[in-house]
Ligand binder design. Structure first.
Ligand code: ATP
Ligand code: MG
Length: 391
């Protein structure tokens, strides 16, 4: 059997477990980990002694890449990359010095902490720490012990399957495992905001379905590819998803033809709402998500939001509603969507934009001006024309 030299450990205290039942949480997390680790190679993901073990099954499995994948899986607040050794004190001392050599050389102070869950091991935890500490001091004479604020904390664990040596934990993505929060549909444009909104709700454990409105030939194929690239970036955290591309050209042309210009955006957004809800229901989603933030543009005033929400038959989550653009940009850089979002491609919202949009609309007035359209027919046609892409 293949014995891995290095593995990833996620301990109980490192799970972002709150509220949810532990079993549901762990099962969802392990399933997500298995799925997301596939691109890094063959890994065994198992749970024992309140710890999730991620072990390479062969030499081709890439642990660097696995760490990167794990750092983007929601439900984990921290994890450790650990050396596996025989349960023998001399080996443990030697392996500590080689495995952590770079960090021992670059630190001034250190501390060893040991945990022994295998009580067969002849030394107690304090004895192990003392022995390993003495060995380190002997081989790295520049180091000093600091038990309060060490530069490097070395952790030695004696467990059932072997001994593990690791340094400080690596921060995880936090949040809840995808799937534990139900499913919702993200209205995704090519802008900065909606990918961030998608990420934020996915972090709460929500599985995503994506809806994108496209208006060819006013919006290009490259604009659609841009949205696909954004969803792929979001998918590093949110997992795989289905993208529904809704044809929007005819609806927009009809609104432009038959409705007053200053109502164009409002009526368009009401069509988005009608269509998104239909797709969401078909896809078993319980809510919609948008990247709206109060006051950002004319369609994001309270009265304008009220006019779209008047049609809502399911909750509409707007995680960015109270955020400043700078805060949104910061998250978008952190999740690597910013550089794609700022590529200059058109969005259906940027075609036919009115010069003087109505910012204080009244619902009855909007209903009156849109009533000249064959709303049901337009919605039905657009639904018929939906294309699907797997992300
Ligand atoms: P974003 O940066 O996400 O595009 P924005 O500040 O540019 O947001 P709008 O263009 O008014 O604002 O869009 C508001 C929200 O409407 C978006 O965050 C998104 O959820 C949704 N939306 C806009 N355009 C589209 C589209 N083409 N397809 C799907 N949803 C869209
Ligand atoms: Mg936009």
């Amino acid at each position: 059997m293949y014995t891995p030299q290095e593995i990833i450990l996620i301990k109980n205290g490192e799970l972002a477990l709150k509220g949810l039942n532990r079993r549901t949480f762990e099962e969802a997390l392990m399933k997500n980990l298995r799925y997301r680790l596939r691109r890094a190679g063959d890994f065994l993901v198992r749970c024992a002694q309140s710890t999730i073990y991620i072990e390479p099954k062969n030499d081709a499995a890439d642990l660097d890449e696995a760490c990167e994948c794990v750092s983007r899986v929601f439900g984990i607040s921290a994890f450790s990359r650990a050396r596996v050794t025989a349960k023998d004190l001399d080996t443990i001392c030697r392996e500590t010095a080689t495995y952590l050599e770079d960090r021992l050389l670059s630190s001034a102070t250190f501390k060893v902490e040991s945990k022994r869950s295998d009580k067969q091991f002849p030394l107690t935890s304090p004895e192990i720490s003392r022995e390993v500490g003495a060995y380190v001091l002997e081989h790295f004479p520049h180091l000093r012990v600091d038990v309060h604020q060490p530069d490097l904390q070395i952790i030695v664990e004696i467990r059932d399957f072997g001994a593990y040596i690791h340094a400080q934990q690596i921060p995880g993505a936090g949040g809840m495992p995808i799937g534990t929060g139900g499913k919702a549909a993200i209205l995704i444009s090519g802008g900065i905001d909606s990918p961030v909104a998608a990420y934020m709700m996915a972090k709460r454990g929500i599985e995503l379905t994506a809806i994108h409105f496209a208006s060819p030939p006013y919006t290009s194929e490259r604009a659609e590819e841009k949205v696909v690239s954004l969803l792929e970036r979001v998918g590093r955290y949110a997992g795989h998803m289905t993208m529904h591309i809704v044809p929007f050209t005819h609806i927009q042309e009809e609104i432009r033809r038959a409705c007053p210009e200053d109502y164009f955006t409002l009526i368009m957004r009401r069509f988005m709402m009608r269509l998104a809800q239909k797709v969401a229901r078909q896809e078993d989603c319980g809510a919609l998500i948008t990247g709206e933030s109060v006051g950002q543009v004319a369609s994001q005033t309270i009265p304008a939001l009220a006019v779209t929400d008047a049609l809502a038959t399911m909750p509409v989550f707007r995680p960015l509603i109270g955020m400043d653009k700078e805060e949104i940009v910061r998250i978008s850089r952190q999740i690597d969507t910013f550089d794609i979002s700022i590529q200059p491609y058109e969005d259906c919202c940027t075609v036919f934009t009115p010069r003087h949009p109505c910012t204080k609309p009244r619902l009855h007035k909007v209903e009156e001006v849109e009533a000249v359209l064959d709303i049901d027919g337009l919605v039905e046609d657009a639904m018929q024309g939906i294309r699907i892409r797997r992300i």
